[in-house]
Design a protein around this ligand. Structure first.
Ligand SMILES: NC(=O)c1ccc[n+]([C@@H]2O[C@H](COP(=O)([O-])OP(=O)(O)OC[C@H]3O[C@@H](n4cnc5c(N)ncnc54)[C@H](O)[C@@H]3O)[C@@H](O)[C@H]2O)c1
Length: 391
């Protein structure tokens, strides 16, 4: 098999969440990485016997790298995508694609001109239960999709953060980081362009001065509508509604209530907080590799993004970490999914199909730009207290 030779730009948390996928999927080989943190570079070299670089500028000149996985902070995605494309590398760039639409357009253009593929992910809309729910909806068996409910309550805002992650201007807050998942999933399930958005934004903790919560109402051109609620300020953990399976497909302990807030209380300032984040990430002294080879560890079930109910004309559908439940006129049934062999394998499926088999991507640049446009409309709607319409 002709493996995908991947170079990683940014060895932080996103990379560690993709690491089990890269390690376990035989279609992938990690050959090089770039990160300004020496400790992360050293760990990469020792783990993969690969090459490491201080900058993405150097990484993209590595002739073995065929595709660059860009997991640098949001505000760098556009610059790093351009660098990769201009050196003839395909791009897998983390969500959100960028912070504004001009950057998204530039990313799409530069990749098209260089004749390289652009895929945006991981986003949870890659998760198999959502793909299965989508397949079911598309089959028409339940009639047309009419209404979608999406809801997730987490402690997102209380996990250790870099200062810019708490500043909306620089891409901080839950709209850029979390609506990017939820909107992507809802758009996939609705199967139609967004017509309008009305959102309210919650920024009620002054010590974390960005949006930590939102509620939004979206209308689609096909007449379907969706309500989206997210709280990263939550005390309640809505993984309870997913059988205590966490976002990464791991078994969660319901007794570990409030851990993120407790740990944060011990941190005195922003500098220390950023340091603690770095120390716990790849290469740092407190880094713990994802638990993949233990019972109930990461990827034991499918990953998810909270609670979803999709109402169609003749039935309701609930994607869950172990399958999809269909509530029809004549009863309910679970369409079980076999346990995932490799966490987030769906990402590599799409990358492989696009890069090796020249098939179209679901999560291409235009797709991800439309998700960002919706997220930006949520910010506008919330800040200006009005509905935002799309042409
Ligand atoms: N899909 C997901 O589940 C998921 C999860 C987490 C983060 N993300 C996304 O990944 C991106 C990174 O977020 P994160 O939480 O991993 O941040 P992070 O701070 O943990 O990691 C960023 C990494 O990039 C490195 N970096 C900074 N500047 C760089 C440069 N110029 N060149 C190369 N490397 C550089 C940092 O040293 C760090 O190792 C964000 O866009 C975020 O939205 C996605």
């Amino acid at each position: 098999m002709h493996k995908l030779k991947v170079g990683v730009a940014g060895l932080g948390r996103a990379f560690t969440l993709m690491l089990p996928t890269f390690l376990l999927d035989p279609r992938v080989q990690l050959v090089a990485a770039a990160d300004p943190r020496a400790a992360a570079r050293d760990q990469f070299v020792s783990d993969f016997n690969g090459r490491s670089y201080v900058s993405v500028e150097e990484l993209v000149t590595d002739s073995e790298v065929e595709i660059v996985y860009i997991s640098t902070p949001h505000q760098m995605h556009a610059k790093h995508t351009k660098l990769a494309a201009m050196h003839g590398k395909h791009v897998l760039v983390e969500k959100p694609m960028a912070l504004d639409i001009d950057d998204c357009r530039a990313m799409i253009d530069v990749c098209a001109k260089a004749n390289v593929k652009l895929i945006v992910g991981h986003s949870h809309s890659f998760d198999m239960p959502f793909l299965k729910a989508k397949e079911l909806i598309t089959s028409g068996e339940l009639g047309q999709v009419k209404m979608i409910h999406a809801m997730y309550y987490t402690d997102f805002l209380y996990r250790p953060r870099r200062p810019e992650e708490l500043n909306t201007e620089e891409g901080g807050g839950v709209i850029f980081s979390q609506a990017a998942h939820q909107v992507d999933i809802v758009r996939l399930l609705a199967g139609s362009p967004v017509e309008s958005v009305r959102a309210e934004l919650g920024a009620w903790d002054k010590s974390r001065p960005t949006e930590g919560a939102y509620s939004g109402l979206m209308r689609f051109k096909n007449g379907a509508f969706a309500s989206l609620t997210y709280s990263g300020f939550a005390h309640f953990d809505s993984d309870e509604y997913c059988g205590w399976i966490g976002e990464m497909g791991q078994r969660k302990n319901p007794e570990s209530y409030g851990v993120a807030r407790k740990k944060l209380k011990e941190i005195v300032n922003a500098e220390d907080e950023a340091k603690i984040k770095n120390e716990g990430t790849y290469g740092g002294p407190n880094y713990v590799a994802p638990q993949i080879d233990c019972v109930d560890g990461l990827g034991s079930w499918y990953q998810h993004f909270g609670s979803f109910i999709i109402s169609c004309e003749f039935g309701d559908v609930r994607p869950l970490p172990d399958g999809v439940v269909v509530y029809g006129d004549n009863g309910k049934k679970l369409l079980p999914l076999p346990r995932p062999e490799i966490p987030r394998q769906e990402v590599i499926d799409e990358v492989y199909n696009v890069v090796r088999l020249n098939r179209p991507a679901i999560h291409d640049g235009s797709w991800a730009m439309a998700t960002l446009e919706t997220c930006l409309a949520m910010l506008t709607s919330g800040n200006e207290r009005r509905e935002v319409f799309f042409n």
